[in-house]
Design a protein around this ligand. Structure first.
Ligand SMILES: Nc1ncnc2c1ncn2[C@@H]1O[C@H](COP(=O)(O)OP(=O)(O)OP(=O)(O)O)[C@@H](O)[C@H]1O
Length: 271
């Protein structure tokens, strides 16, 4: 029989709660660009964290490192797809919907399960239920070209969530959508994310979107990319329409906006 002290138990519990741990990571591309310099961050299971920062500060690079698509040049990345080699545990949603144009909405959402060896009949109920939850049940047989931009993004998100990932990576998923559609998708994304308690690392340029969605916002600076501030959005979920129009929402937007202005100022100073 083995005993563990409460300290080691605490450490183990703490460790198990973390889905992503990045320590002192730098990333230099072959071209010589230093995209990230000494970046550290961690995410708890089920947490919603947003990376916010100017163009070129390395937001997408962080997502690619966490997805295991790129190795770091220095430092360590612990994430399900990297250290545990569980590819299916991480889902990636990009700004472009990346649906296959020749396949129906149903077949697009079925794809990740098909790659895992599941036949169409076997997962019919699961795929239809995913389509229902994103409001596309009636479009199962439609082709991507027949969908609006928002609907294409809904289909992409259904495809990302169909494998019940531990970690969802989203790279400016709503940037190409109009404001109304974006707000609706923000509401729905939070609902889906909370229902599944899937840890989500989200990239955006949009301050209001970052405030509405996140538990924590990491503000980044470019050349080289660094996290310079962490701002906690200390508001309970579900986040409501009232939150969006509240004074505290405005207050968080101002805090983020001045943090972003500081990143711009330091760029001018270092230029
Ligand atoms: N494959 C690559 N090869 C060389 N340089 C790259 C590569 N990918 C990104 N970079 C460079 O690394 C830096 C960070 O890029 P990254 O795409 O991570 O930034 P970002 O914050 O996501 O930018 P944006 O908001 O414009 O999408 C930029 O200077 C970019 O030009």
């Amino acid at each position: 029989m083995t005993f563990s002290t409460s300290e080691t138990t605490d450490k183990m519990t703490h460790h198990n709660d973390q889905v992503v741990v990045i320590k002192h990571v730098s990333k230099q591309y072959k071209t010589g660009t230093l995209a990230l310099s000494d970046v550290s961050l961690s995410m708890q299971n089920g947490e919603f964290v947003t990376l916010l920062g100017p163009s070129g500060c390395g937001k997408s690079t962080i997502l690619r490192l966490v997805a295991g698509l790129e190795p770091p040049s220095a430092g360590t990345v612990n994430a399900p797809a990297v250290s545990q080699r569980k590819q299916h545990s991480t889902a990636f949603v990009f700004q472009e919907h990346t649906l296959m144009p020749w396949a129906s909405v149903f077949d697009n959402v079925w794809l990740p399960l098909r790659l895992q060896g599941y036949g169409k009949r076997e997962v019919q109920v699961k795929v239809m239920s995913a389509l229902r939850s994103v409001g596309l049940e009636e479009f199962a047989n439609a082709y991507p070209a027949q969908l609006s931009g928002g609907m294409k993004m809904r289909a992409s998100i259904a495809r990302a969530l169909i494998t019940d990932p531990e970690l969802l990576l989203m790279d400016e998923p709503f940037a190409a959508l109009d404001d109304m559609t974006r707000q609706k998708l923000n509401d729905d994304l939070l609902r889906w994310q909370q229902e599944r308690s899937v840890a989500t690392l989200f990239v955006t340029h949009n301050i209001a979107e970052a405030v509405f969605l996140s538990q924590r916002v990491l503000v980044m600076q470019a050349r080289p990319g660094k996290i310079i501030e962490e701002i906690k959005i200390d508001q309970p979920y579900p986040r409501t329409a009232e939150f969006r129009t509240s004074l505290s929402f405005l207050h968080y937007c101002r805090t983020l906006s001045s943090a972003l202005m500081r990143t711009a100022a330091s760029e001018v100073l270092s230029a």
